[in-house]
Design a protein around this ligand. Sequence first.
Ligand code: ZN
Length: 172
Amino acid sequence: MPGARCLPAAGIPGIGYDAGMGTRVRYRFDPHHPEVAAICCSDGRYIRALEEYLAARNIDGHDLMALPGGAAQLCRESASYTSVSVYTDALDFLMRSHHTAHVVLAAHADCGYYRSYFGRADRSRQEDDLRRVASSLRDRMRGLRVEAVFASPAPDDQGGGFVFEDVPLEGR
Ligand SMILES: [Zn+2]
């Protein structure tokens, strides 16, 4: 579009918002589906921390299923029959079509979904749900590797950032 103005980002010409021509970003399309799927809560305060955690684990690219409460929506103990049915079908479709080999389940501290559904966010309940979902996934997908982590913000006087702790899963 003649006269359209592109606002450069990070000093790269052509990268950034352009009112008439679409917005271009640096990330290059990879035609290969990642082997890893991450399932996490939609809470945007944790999404970048999860991305950084996965990168620190050398997980280079992943599919993402972000739902309020994350794995809770796949658990009959913590979500409606309808939610479990719809999201389980969606996840199974994703994993089958992308040949997912490895799933990372991530829950987080003080999750608003658990507070709303149960009146409080109880870490042990969230970890039980992660174990239930891990077990169910393994039953449906032979050979699938499943891990679970619990994320908590670290206090500023302890360096800040987030801590991701492994949640032990049976039969790991
Ligand atoms: Zn949450």
